[in-house]
Design a protein around this ligand. Structure first.
Ligand SMILES: [Zn+2]
Length: 184
């Protein structure tokens, strides 16, 4: 091999070593962004269902558990994050399989910064979690910040936290139900 061709080969290998990781990183970021936007859309759809439920029941608070809502065959699919492999189960037992975490404020005075639903990082390649607040606002945050928020929510004794058995198993016990009305 001439020194010229050898030089070209070295340059090609170096270029590949730089470009391939950049490309893979761009693909991973694109997948995360696509997933985030679909998950956030699910959360917004659920927010609309919540508000319709509250309006029809003249409730100032939210339902005690997700299965209190009469989910339709189309709205029930929003209870699965597109980043998880959970199968949509029976509409009568959404509490057992949804992979969103439902926060119930037992005091009846929900603080504006207390989330209503959480989608944990397990559904987003372990990188970020997304939240829905009661005013319909949604937000996604990186995993360390999300974990800190979850710890704060578990420390707040006014909150009941509903986690499906499926998600408790998938998260190896990181997320567990606590004081869920009607579920013990
Ligand atoms: Zn999600």
């Amino acid at each position: 091999m001439s020194s010229n061709r050898f030089g070209c080969a070295v340059v090609s290998v170096l270029a590949a070593a730089i470009v391939v990781p950049l490309f893979l990183n761009a693909v991973a970021n694109h997948r995360l962004l696509t997933l985030r936007s679909t998950c956030v859309q699910h959360l917004r759809n659920i927010s609309v269902v919540f508000e319709a439920y509250r309006e029809s029941h003249s409730l100032s608070n939210y339902p005690p558990r997700l299965s209190a809502i009469n989910w339709t065959s189309s709205s029930v699919t929003d209870l699965v994050c597109p980043g998880s492999r959970v199968q949509v189960g029976s509409t009568s037992s959404v509490d057992e399989w949804t992979d969103y975490i439902y926060i119930v404020d037992l005091s009846g005075r929900r603080a504006p910064d207390t989330p209503l639903l959480l989608c944990p990082p397990a559904n987003h390649y372990g990188r970020e979690g997304c939240l829905l607040y009661s005013d319909g606002f949604t937000r996604c945050m990186w995993q360390p910040e999300f974990d800190r928020l979850v710890d704060e929510l578990y420390a707040n004794t006014n909150l009941a936290i509903a986690v499906s058995e499926t998600l408790t198993k998938r998260s190896e016990g990181r997320y567990r139900s606590r004081r869920c009305p009607g579920r013990g």
